[in-house]
Design a protein around this ligand. Sequence first.
Ligand SMILES: [Fe+2]
Ligand SMILES: [Fe+2]
Length: 193
Amino acid sequence: MLGLKLPTDPRWVNIVESNIDEILTDHAWCEQKAATNAITLIIQNPERTEMVDALLEIAKEELEHFGQVHELIKERGNILGREGVDDYVSKLYKFMSKGKSRHESFIDRLLFSAMIEARSCERFKVLSENLPNNALAKFYRDLMESEAGHYTIFIGFARKYAENIDVDKRWQAWLDYEAEIIVNYGTNNAIHG
Ligand SMILES: [Fe+2]
Ligand SMILES: [Fe+2]
């Protein structure tokens, strides 16, 4: 369903298993950035009423996820660390159409969002299937379903507002590009590491 061309490197599971605390901090900030991204799309496209409503819901859900991860961090006796750079997302960001029309940039931002949701969803699936801690595995299973729903919403709005843009073709280009970069990941203790 997600269309990803490559699965996560299995070595990544071993890395996260022994770095849960680092992963949780990184994860919390991923959720904050997802909320911020949804709000940015609202700010840039206030006239898309249906999308504003849907993205407002997504922003609220992402902040709820942020809060849930923060609770886990506190339960483990830790304090939320500072935000780090998400190198993977930075690379995706570069692929977004820039210097193009407002409409093309808009559709590409929806696909950029869908791409991050798709890979995050896949990573959460890997975590849910491999983490030895049952409560944490269940937590990631629930999040996986939520992020899959977000992916569907972003892709759906890209198609709905496509006008003269061939969204399927552009999405394939996104998937190809993502496959090129994800091969270099899987060795770092971050959600997209
Ligand atoms: Fe989320
Ligand atoms: Fe999401």
